[in-house]
Ligand binder design. Structure first.
Ligand code: NAP
Length: 248
């Protein structure tokens, strides 16, 4: 039997696109009141109207924005740490510091800020749940990906540390580590170069945002005593971060 979601509040960061938007939709369909956070408020507002949720501007790299956001969230049973991404691909020897700073600020410090700010509400809910979307890049490294893999490793370490630190409290922690998901991720990584972004998914059937959202929804609707700790999900065509079968 799954836990009832009626009357429970879920916060989804990065809900303006991709995995986050799909998760907001599916959690609302499961009965949660969803608070959607991201920087593009126009997109959030449209989706919030569709699913009966609340749209709030949020920049997780800005401490004041996080504080203002959290003040407007009356309750929090579920936090989905989804906002994040990659910028560029370069050897460590050629690393662009601004790209690394963006990735660390967003994936690592952003996750820290919002989780820290919402933790009192998650504990007070009596049955809180933190889901963090890391990546296969949180456990594997690949050439030219050092900025992203190091940030995702750190985000995973932060998340797994929380699981131990809150043991005995009424909060669950789930890490979801996806492989290739077709979203705006690669367009952001390659600064809007759509052709290069499309090449990432060439000749394979990638995951969709909905495939990952489905798994997040499964994890948060298990009975209260069931903690799905860590779940890796990849397309059938993907063996690892570096090995993909392309049909062309
Ligand atoms: P996406 O379509 O680019 O979505 C990223 C989301 O993060 C957007 O909603 C964006 O919203 C938000 N975001 C970025 N910076 C933010 C900030 N400073 N403050 C608040 N929100 C911010 O990519 P996605 O694939 O759905 O990515 C979601 C998560 O999955 C990321 O953590 C990513 O690292 C991870 N992931 C993706 C893949 C993949 O292959 N796609 C694989 C493994 C893991 P705004 O721009 O409106 O702020």
């Amino acid at each position: 039997m799954s836990t009832s979601s009626a009357g429970r509040w879920a916060v989804v960061t990065g809900a303006s696109s991709g995995i986050g938007a799909a998760t907001a939709r599916q959690l609302a369909a499961a009965g949660f009141h969803v608070v959607l956070g991201a920087r593009r408020l126009d997109r959030l507002t449209e989706l919030a109207e569709e699913i009966g949720g609340t749209a709030l501007r949020l920049d997780i790299t800005d401490a004041d924005s996080v504080t203002a956001f959290v003040e407007q969230v009356p309750e929090c049973h579920v936090l989905v740490n989804n906002a994040g991404g990659a910028k560029g691909m370069a050897k460590v020897a050629d690393a662009v510091e601004d790209d690394w700073r963006w990735m660390w600020e967003t994936n690592v410090l952003g996750t820290l800020r919002i989780t820290k700010a919402l933790m009192p509400k998650l504990v007070a809910s009596g049955n809180g749940h933190v889901v963090t979307v890391t990546s296969v890049a949180a456990s594997e490294v690949y050439d030219n990906g050092g900025g992203y893999t190091s940030a995702k490793h750190a985000q995973g370490a932060l998340h797994r540390t929380l699981r131990g630190e809150h043991l005995g409290e009424p909060v669950r922690f789930t890490e979801i580590a996806p492989g290739l998901v077709e979203t705006e991720f690669s367009e952001v990584r390659f600064s809007g170069d759509k052709e290069r972004a499309a090449g990432v998914y060439r000749g394979i059937t990638p995951l969709t945002g909905d495939d990952v959202a489905d798994i997040i929804t499964f994890a948060v609707t298990r009975p209260d005593h069931v903690n799905v700790d860590y779940l890796v999900v990849k397309p059938r065509d993907q063996y690892s971060a570096t090995r993909v079968h392309r049909r062309d």
